[in-house]
Structure formats: structure tokens, C-alpha cells
Design a protein around this ligand. Structure first.
Ligand code: GLA
Length: 755
């Protein structure tokens, strides 16, 4: 018994070591104790200044979120902190000290004990530079702030109190310090040796083989680094090591070695890959871990299955296009019975087209057949005023290609939407974001630029694949990317879009802010009303997507300007801070979300993204990506894939093709989830579904595995309910009163509860 217990203890220990992220040792954290004041005064750099009357601030959040909404301009942060010489490593006199201050939006000067040590991310090594010239650089808000000082730099007051004063300038939008880490630490092995996990992704082959290529890089310019490299893979549920490789490496300055780990694992079980390096002479060790992607979505069966929206809205007389999304072994044959007059179906590709003249509701029976069997489902077509009765699902060019989007890339994405099979799960829009516009000609027609030689041809190509196409503009003179906007040309632009065959318009505030810098609510609505009328006159069903970052609580009036969706936030990024900050703050819009009126927390950041010509694989961990898709589905958010579809890997595809997850996003009731419990460690969100079931999302916000408790009385559920795991599509038995779900670091689970 004792041995068993001891063994269990060891396994539990391994589990903790293997599946939780570890903290950096030997550092001074700078997360708390900061004082803050808007304005500018050189005296605020000095230790003697008395800041006791200043406000306090959390450096990991921008100042807008801490009582300084809309503030742009100068502001200062001050922190008093002792720096102990015990931080120093007696073995290494060449070490330096680094002060890390997260990121700063937009510009900064950092003073240590009254003297300038850094500006806009660059260390100032000399003591002579005068402190008051301040370069207000643009576009550096996302840059890491790491200032490095030699140990004998007299600006450091060892074993005494030190004052760090940060002078900031914000050009507009978000402002001040944010992100992480905030700490002082010694430069050491961890700064000189880099494990590169990001350049290549995990590759899957067959049902269980995983390969990971990684490299280890010596970042120093002068010193070789020698030691032992260990690569291991652990299973998170029981701590068992399933792979291990040891090697001695001797790395000359600036060089790297490449390593490959190939291992067999159960594809659906969370595992972590851990790499550690122990330096030969000092025996110093650094360790890093990455989560191995785990695939929960089961393979689609060979027998037909009908997916996608169960309800579809169209306006009288508008051209209708509905693609029956269905999986199953090809060839599939599509049928629709009780099709109202005016509509036809193509049995080869499942495309229903035509137009309907009279308002009303029609139930159409869809059937999809193959050699193995058949599937049936009802589709409700509602001819009326409202379109987009379920959240739009598609692809948008921005998060991957940014302004480098072109006709070629759009066609390629449309082809891939079809050939990858995404179309069979309900994905339907191909949206061109900013970067397609040229100027308005003398007749007021908007001309696409050289990258888009023929818009009508592009639209009909996309339609021919059974997909829809979207476009982008701004109510201002210029778009956010500096291209031509729609101001003064709204009616003509809408007519042109409709004439080309556009099905979706994203209308982005951008330079309209120059026309009304401090807009009233009516001024915020005005340009959107203008385009609403223009679109309605164009006689085509164009999904109207507002993008003004949530100003004026747009969710309360989006429907009034006839928007089908509205962005509730600024731009998303592929980081946990961005994802969780946006995702978990969406409850405010819940009461206003309804069929045809969707809150839009911005596009998806899974797969290869990059906002420009060069891409990187999302920086979100696999578990964070489960959180992303789970939360966006519960929020009834538009799902717009933002990645390069030509590099769609097995894991990303599994995230985007789980039909049960998608069905929750597309649930015809159209109710957005609300949080029923929320604390620093976890959140539980619940969405009511059309069939009376509840979809429950369970989110772990910590960096450790967590058993998240759910009290069913908080969802007003009495008695026994059938619990079903949505991601793995398996029944979990009956529950009553209370249950707990084991959830990965930053990860999510999703279940439905059905009476
Ligand atoms: C803004 C929007 C983004 C994107 C760019 C294009 O930043 O929020 O989604 O459309 O403009 O310039």
C-alpha cells in the first residue's frame, strides 16, 4: 500500500512537472506597486519626487482599461524596487542585468534612478545622453521592452532601493504598458541559448506517429556553448514518459543544431514535449516545454452527414445561394424536396439557387446519398427582411495576407476552401479585406487596384465553387491600410459591389475618425446608416459587417443601422493575452445577439497567420486554440478563418471541422452564451440551444491543469441530465447537481446537457 501510494505520489509529481508551465527562476517581479499619472514633467524621472498621491496601475493592462478611457498623449509610470546583489551569479562576472517591461503602446523612455537607460526598446548604454529628447516612433507598440545593463553600470543601486520611471507617449488607440514579463533578472544561459520550436510545426502521419523538428541556437557572438541536451515527451494525464533522447552538443557562437523527435502517441491525449539543456561547466540548466497538438475531432464517417446552417434567411427577389454542406464518401448525390417555386438544386454539388418573390417560411427536405447510405435533414428558408440567420462562416484575407492580398490569393483560398473539404462543414464566405482598392474614377465608380484585374470575374469564379465573396471598405476617405475609402461614394460603391456579385461588406471606421475625432453617438451611427440605405437600394443580400471596434457600445444599436454583425473589440492577435482579453469580456453584448445580429469578437487566429507577406504558425498553444474555437462557438460569433489555407495542417483542420462544435455556433436559436461562473482561475459559459439543451464551455485560465467545478443549480438545472462531450463527440453519462471537468492549461472543454 505504502509503495503504491509513494508511486502515485511520484506519478503525481511527474504530472505537475510535465504538464504545468514553470516560472523563470532568480528574478525580481515587477508586476505590482506601480504608480501612474498622465501628463509630463522631467521631475517625475527623479527618485526624490514624491509620488504618494499618484494613482496605482496594473502594468499588464493598457491604461484605457484602468480608468483612462480614450486618453492619448504623455503619461508616467513609477516603481520603487530593491535590487539585491544575491541576484548576481558569482561564477559569471560577464553577466548583465536585464529589465523587462512587457510591451509599451506606443513609445517609452525608461529612467533608472533618474538616468535614461532605454528608449523605444533600445538600451542606452552611455550615461551622457540627455534625457529629454523623446523620439515618438510609430508602429513599435508591439515590441518587447528589454533593457540590458552591465553589472558595474553605476545607474544600478545594488542592495538599495531603485526607482524605475517610464515616460510614455501614446499616439492613439490603446496606451501604455501591457503584456508580460515585468521583471528584473540576470542575463544567463536562457538568454544565450534559444530553443526554436516555432519554425516548424508538429507533423502527424498515420493515426499515431508525430514528428517534431526543432533547433537549438547559440545566440552569443563570442562564446561556444557545450552541454547535454535532453528531449522528452510526457503524457499529461498520467505523467508517463513516452519518448526520450539525450545528446551532447557543442555549439560554436552564432550556430545552431537541428534535432528531430519522432514518437508514437494516442493522437487525442494531451502530451507535452520538454527540452532541457545542462551546461557542461556550470551545470546550469534551462528547460522549456511545448504542448503537442492533440486531435479530439473524430474522423467524418463514410456514410453521408448533413452539416451547416439549418435555417437560411433571404430577402424577396434577391438572388439566393445555399450550398448543402455534407460529408461522406464521394460521390455524393444531393436532393431537395418541397423546394419552393423559383429555386433549383444541382444534384451534383448540392447548390440551391434562384430567388423567391413572396415573404414566408418554407421547409425543404434535404437528402444526401452515397453508396453507403443516406442522410436527411430539414432546411428552413425564411423569406423576409433578415439575412444571416446563423453567424457567417468563412475565410478573410487580413490575418494572413494583410495588405498583400491579391486576386490570385483569393482564388487560391476559394479553391482550397473546396478541395480541403472545409466547404462540406458549412464554411462558405471568401472575404477580401483591405488592400484591393485603387481610386474612384471620374464617374464615381470604385476601381480595384492592379492586384485585382477583374472583380466580376473573381466573384463569379468564387460563386461557381459554391462559395460566397466579401469585400471591405471604410466610411472615411481612407481605409486603415491607407487605401481609398467610400466617403461621398456610398451609393455608387454599394451598386458596384452588388453588380460585381459581392455577398458581404466589412465597413471599417478607420479615417472616419478624422472627420469626427470625438464622435457623439449619433455621429457614430451616421456613416453606418448611410451605407445601410445604399446597400438596401442595391437589391442584393449583402451581409453588413460593422467594424468600429465596439465604440459607443455598438451591440446596443448595431441592429438599428441594419448591421448583421459588429466588431466588439480592437484587432485580435495570436497571443493568450489578446485571445482571453477579448473572448472573456464578451458578456456585455449577449442580450443583443440574435439571428441576423451577431457580436463579432474578431477573426480566428489559428493556423499560419501573419498580417502580411510573411507568415508564422499561430503562437497560441493547442489548448489555447481549443479555447478560441469553443468560446467563439458559444458566443455565436462570426467564424472567419484568418490563416493561409494552403498550409492547413491536420490539427488546425480538426479544429475547424468538428460538426458538433460548428452546430453550436450555428444553432438556430441564435442565443449567445453567458458566464455563470467567473474567477481568476476559470470561467464557465452556458448557451441555450434550440432543442432545449444547454451547451456548457469550461475554461481554465491558469497555467496548470485544473478540475473546473460546475454547479448545475447555477444553470437552473434540476434532476439528471445527459452529458455529452462535444469535441470528442462521446456521451459521458448522466449528471446531477455538480460535476467537474479536467481542463488543460489555458484549455477548454465543451459539453451539452440534455434532459
Ligand atoms: C482594421 C481592422 C482589421 C483590418 C484592418 C485593415 O485594423 O480592425 O480587421 O480590416 O483594419 O486595414
Amino acid at each position: 500500500m505504502k509503495t503504491k501510494l509513494a508511486l502515485a505520489g511520484i506519478v503525481a509529481l511527474i504530472l505537475i512537472i510535465s504538464c504545468n508551465r514553470s516560472d523563470e527562476p532568480n528574478s525580481v517581479l515587477l508586476n505590482t506597486g506601480w504608480k501612474f499619472k498622465t501628463g509630463d514633467d522631467p521631475a517625475w524621472a527623479t527618485p526624490a519626487f514624491d509620488d504618494r498621491h499618484w494613482g496605482t496601475v496594473d502594468p499588464s493592462q493598457i491604461w484605457e482599461e484602468q480608468g483612462y478611457k480614450g486618453y492619448d498623449g504623455m503619461a508616467w509610470y513609477r516603481l520603487k524596487i530593491p535590487i539585491r546583489s544575491s541576484l548576481k551569479d558569482p561564477n559569471n562576472t560577464k553577466d548583465s542585468l536585464q529589465i523587462m517591461l512587457g510591451k509599451i503602446d506606443d513609445c517609452d523612455q525608461v529612467f533608472l534612478n533618474g538616468e535614461l537607460i532605454g528608449e523605444n526598446g533600445r538600451t542606452i548604454y552611455s550615461r551622457l545622453k540627455p534625457g529629454n529628447e523623446f523620439t515618438r516612433e510609430k508602429g513599435i507598440w508591439n515590441l518587447e521592452r528589454r533593457y540590458i545593463l552591465a553589472l558595474n553600470d553605476p545607474r544600478i543601486h545594488w542592495d538599495n532601493e531603485n526607482l524605475i520611471a517610464v515616460r510614455c507617449f501614446d499616439h492613439g488607440g490603446a496606451g501604455g504598458m501591457f503584456g508580460k514579463p515585468f521583471e528584473i533578472s540576470m542575463r544567463g544561459l536562457k538568454d544565450h541559448l534559444k530553443f526554436d520550436f516555432a519554425s516548424e510545426i508538429f507533423k502527424f502521419s498515420g493515426d499515431s506517429m508525430v514528428t517534431k523538428n526543432l533547433s537549438v541556437i547559440n545566440l552569443t557572438g563570442t562564446e561556444p556553448i557545450k552541454g547535454e541536451l535532453v528531449i522528452e515527451v510526457f503524457q499529461c494525464d498520467n505523467g508517463i514518459r513516452i519518448y526520450s533522447d539525450r545528446s551532447i552538443v557543442d555549439l560554436p557562437p552564432h550556430l545552431k543544431i537541428e534535432k528531430t523527435a519522432t514518437f508514437r502517441k494516442n493522437i487525442s491525449v494531451p502530451t507535452i514535449l520538454k527540452v532541457s539543456f545542462t551546461e557542461a561547466i556550470t551545470r546550469k540548466k534551462i528547460t522549456e516545454e511545448v504542448e503537442v497538438p492533440y486531435i479530439l475531432t473524430p474522423k467524418s464517417p463514410g456514410a453521408p452527414r448533413i452539416n451547416g446552417a439549418k435555417v437560411f434567411g433571404v430577402r424577396p427577389w434577391s438572388p439566393l445561394q445555399y450550398k448543402i454542406a455534407a460529408t461522406g464518401q464521394p460521390p455524393l448525390k444531393y436532393l431537395a424536396t418541397d423546394l419552393p417555386e423559383g429555386l433549383v438544386i444541382n444534384p451534383e454539388n448540392g447548390l440551391i439557387t434562384g430567388s423567391l418573390k413572396k415573404k414566408g417560411e418554407y421547409i425543404v427536405k434535404l437528402t444526401v446519398e452515397n453508396l453507403i447510405g443516406y442522410a436527411e435533414r430539414d432546411l428552413k428558408i425564411i423569406v423576409g427582411d433578415l439575412i444571416s440567420l446563423t453567424p457567417p462562416m468563412g475565410w478573410n484575407s487580413w490575418n494572413c495576407w494583410g495588405l498583400s492580398v491579391s486576386d490570385k490569393k483569393v482564388r487560391q483560398s476559394a479553391d482550397l476552401m473546396k478541395s480541403s473539404g472545409l466547404i462540406d462543414h458549412g464554411w462558405s464566405y471568401i472575404n477580401i479585406d483591405d488592400g484591393w482598392e485603387d481610386t474612384h474614377d471620374k464617374n464615381g465608380n470604385i476601381l480595384p487596384n492592379y492586384k485585382f484585374p477583374n472583380m466580376p470575374a473573381l466573384c463569379s469564379y468564387v460563386h461557381s465553387l459554391g462559395l460566397k465573396i466579401g469585400i471591405y471598405s471604410s466610411p472615411g476617405t481612407k481605409t486603415c491600410g491607407g487605401y481609398e475609402g467610400s466617403l461621398g461614394f456610398e451609393a455608387k460603391d454599394a451598386m458596384n459591389y452588388a453588380g460585381w456579385g459581392i455577398d458581404y461588406l466589412k465597413y471599417d471606421w478607420c479615417s472616419y475618425g478624422n472627420i469626427v475625432p470625438d464622435p457623439s453617438l449619433e455621429q457614430m451611427k451616421k456613416p453606418y446608416k448611410e451605407m445601410k440605405h445604399a446597400l438596401r437600394k442595391a437589391n442584393r443580400d449583402i451581409h453588413y459587417s460593422l467594424c468600429q471596434y465596439g465604440m459607443g457600445d455598438v451591440w446596443t444599436w448595431g441592429a438599428e443601422v441594419d448591421a448583421n454583425s459588429w466588431r466588439t473589440t480592437g484587432d485580435i492577435e495570436d497571443s493568450w493575452e489578446s485571445l482571453s482579453g477579448i473572448g472573456f469580456s464578451q458578456a456585455k453584448g449577449s442580450p443583443w445577439s440574435a439571428p441576423g445580429r451577431w457580436n463579432d469578437p474578431d477573426m480566428l487566429v489559428v493556423g499560419w497567420v501573419g498580417w502580411g507577406p510573411s507568415l508564422h504558425y499561430t503562437r497560441l498553444t493547442p489548448s489555447e486554440q481549443y479555447t478560441h474555437i469553443t468560446l467563439w462557438s458559444l458566443l455565436a460569433a462570426p467564424l472567419l478563418i484568418g490563416c493561409d489555407l494552403s498550409q492547413l495542417d491536420a490539427f488546425t483542420k480538426s479544429l475547424l471541422t468538428n460538426d458538433e462544435v460548428i452546430a453550436i455556433n450555428q444553432d438556430p436559436l441564435g442565443k449567445q452564451a453567458v458566464p455563470i461562473s467567473k474567477n481568476d482561475d476559470y470561467e464557465v459559459w452556458v448557451r441555450d440551444l434550440e432543442n432545449g439543451s444547454k451547451a456548457v464551455g469550461i475554461f481554465n485560465k491558469t497555467e496548470k491543469s485544473l478540475n473546473v467545478p460546475v454547479e448545475m443549480k447555477d444553470i437552473s438545472l434540476n434532476g439528471k441530465w445527459n452529458m455529452h462531450d462535444v469535441w470528442s463527440q462521446v456521451d459521458l453519462g448522466k449528471v446531477r447537481g455538480h460535476f467537474e471537468m479536467k481542463t488543460s492549461p489555458h484549455g477548454a472543454r465543451m459539453v451539452t446537457l440534455t434532459k
